[in-house]
Design a protein around this ligand. Structure first.
Ligand code: SAM
Length: 275
């Protein structure tokens, strides 16, 4: 008997994949968590019925969340990741020679625990001595840490359940205050095919708080529509002003010095959402 997993994006469209087995399926204190072995994409983390990451394509999202902001800031020593309990963004951030400390704040310790067991190639750097893992609400953490971080990455679930507050103007204001004077942040902002309203509202809110706002995109095949956006808010540094020749060639599979600025060239219908 064949078993298939489907993530429904609308009543008429979803992403589907054949599964080998389900390792974990439980209700945590915050969300429904599943760890599934798939035929095509390797092991996969699913939260509240949405694909969070798979072993085969995780590098796209994690590299793009980490390296675009980290190569925009000239000296990203102190970095915060809100969410990100699978450890993928931590692994990428640690590739930067200037990064001295990475703080990861995920609300759900179960995501961290199961990722270490079933996604070791993603979570493997969570034990690195430069990393501090905190199980807490990211919203609370940023409000308790003023003027602390050079770069903040919001690697969160979609705006539902525990992440509802992480897509609000109040969150962006908190991030602004948690950043040092030349700090910048990036947040994953879903796809333009089905979540155009979200991209527009985040853009509006971030523009009210940060002087510089830029949106970039990447291709993540296991996320709905495959086209994913990221919104950056910056106090000073512009990702489009970066000297490309100064970007290091790290051990990456998607991000490259050539792609850094190119990722900001959006299809016109996406660009229109950011005006
Ligand atoms: N890459 C994924 C995506 O875009 O689909 C998201 C990665 S997943 C690891 C996101 C994480 O955000 C989850 O582990 C979840 O527990 C965490 N999260 C949700 N709400 C949060 C909150 N208020 N504070 C901190 N972490 C939160």
């Amino acid at each position: 008997m064949e078993l298939w997993y489907t993530e429904k994006q609308t009543d008429n469209y979803g992403i589907t994949m054949k599964i080998k087995q389900t390792y974990v399926h439980e209700q945590t204190d915050f969300q429904e968590l599943a760890m599934i072995e798939t035929e095509e994409w390797g092991n996969m983390l699913v939260l509240d019925g949405m694909v969070m990451t798979t072993e085969k394509d995780e590098f796209v999202y994690h590299e793009m969340v980490a390296h675009v902001p980290l190569f925009t800031h000239p000296n990203p020593e102190h970095v915060l990741i809100v969410g990100g309990g699978d450890g993928g963004v931590v692994r990428e951030a640690l590739k930067h020679p200037k990064v001295k400390k990475v703080v990861l704040v995920d609300i759900d310790g179960k995501v961290i625990e199961h990722s270490k067991k079933y996604l070791p190639s993603i979570a493997g750097k969570l034990e690195d001595p430069r990393v501090e893992v905190i199980v807490n609400d990211g919203f609370m953490h940023i409000h308790d840490h003023k003027n602390t971080y050079d770069v903040i990455m919001a690697d969160t679930t979609e705006p539902m359940g525990p992440a509802v507050n992480l897509f609000t103007r109040g969150f962006y204001q908190g991030i602004y205050e948690a950043l040092k004077e030349d700090g910048l942040f990036v947040a994953q902002t879903d796809n333009p095919w089905f979540k155009a309203d979200l991209i527009q509202s985040v853009n509006r809110d971030v523009k009210e708080v940060f002087p510089l706002v830029r949106v970039y995109a990447a291709n993540v095949p296991t996320y709905p529509s495959g086209l994913w956006t990221f919104t950056m808010g910056s106090k000073k540094h512009d990702p489009l002003a970066v000297d490309e020749s100064a970007i290091l060639e790290l051990d990456t599979k998607y991000y490259s010095p050539r792609l850094h600025k190119a990722a900001f060239a959006l299809p016109k219908f996406v660009e229109d959402l950011t005006k």
